[in-house]
Ligand binder design. Sequence first.
Ligand code: EPZ
Length: 432
Amino acid sequence: MDKIVIDGGVPLHGTLSASGAKNAALPILFATLLAPGEHRIANMPKLVDVSETLSLLGRIGCPSLAGSTTRIDTSRVVFCEAPYDVVRKMRASVLVLGPLLAREGTARVSLPGGCAIGVRPIDQHLKGLEALGCRFELEGGYVNGSTDGLRGAEIHLDVPTVTGTENIVMAAVLADGTSVIHNAAKEPEVADVCRFLTTLGARIEGIGTSTLTIDGVARLSPASRPYRIVPDRIETGTYLCAAATAGGDLEVLETDPTLITAVTEKLTEAGCTVEIGPRSVRVRREGPLHPIEVATAAYPGFPTDMQAQLMTVACMAEGRSVITETIFENRFMHAAELGRMGAHIETQGNVATVHGTGRLMSSPVMASDLRASAALVLAGLAAEGLTEVLRIYHLDRGYEDMVGKLRGVGARIGRVSDEVRDEARLQQALSA
Ligand code: EPZ
């Protein structure tokens, strides 16, 4: 396994480009099952989760050619299962459920189980799919789904679940009749999946709102032109928080600033200078940061996927910040690791109080989940001396070439095997 080493305390300067959004790329790849034939998807991020998804689709019978424009041929389906060994590593594999039921009338998907940040049930996915005419049996940790034909339905979600909304939409587009989904998730990635589906011939109204109306069609077919995935707003926000944390002047290009207003407004409140361009966001931070208060919320509120990164920014502010996590029940693991770097953070239930001092100390720390890993890298950028972040396989799932992108804006950062201890080798990795 690898670790990231950072010689921190160096302000960041320069530009980097955002990649395509992980949380749009994954459902869109599964959605190609709905339209047999060859699809081309552009702006595909180079991530472990994307490779895992392509490998699962390969096992289902759909070969692909990975690249920034990824080609996948969904003409044939030979296997209607998402096995436990795949789902336990990537819970987003549950997104194969809707497409397989719509196309083949059958699907066997391992229950994802919990993960580091919470229980993360799929009851709403099943509730919506049942309303459309699917039947499910739970057996041996698997969901066995079947249907004799999908029919349009009116569905009221108890929770605006992102992947739940996506699973239900991907079935409803091929149902007989009209479906209306109330309390649908409004995240930009859900809207991107819906837009992709319309390029295949799906009929969806209310895209980007909490009420989606889908008129089912008999069949869908691959679009004639490549579909370009929306920029990753969470990756963008992560690098903006890196500049706020380490200081300096950093601009993220190839992004969509309108998707992260909750983040840019919070960074402005914290004392950063934020400049918004048509396809770029620039953050400058020279002086001290002010403490902030934030509660995560469904879109367009402050994203839960940015909570860990903002906690690192709060450590660099002088004063008391309060962060409330309203989406997941256990998403403060990074607080203990930041504590190893000298942060003073009290957590009580879903509220974290950060007593920021404006400083962090370098230390070996351990990542626990994707966004916590990012938060620890940001902390290493600010802490004087050598910080090591272990278990960065979490990071590779959702950030394309983070080391390369941060190097490009002046960070002294490298990646080595986690067995390397020798100081000279570690220093060498910083400028390799
Ligand atoms: C998606 O996960 C994202 N993943 C997550 O990003 C993100 O944190 C999350 O949405 C919230 O924005 C992908 O899109 C692949 P939810 P998802 O269903 O769909 C409860 C990252 O770092 N719930 O919207 O699994 C659930 O327990 C990842 O990129 C039910 O109760 O999240 C949670 O408390 C992490 N029943 C809340 O809803 C259900 O059937 C939101 O979960 C489904 C969800």
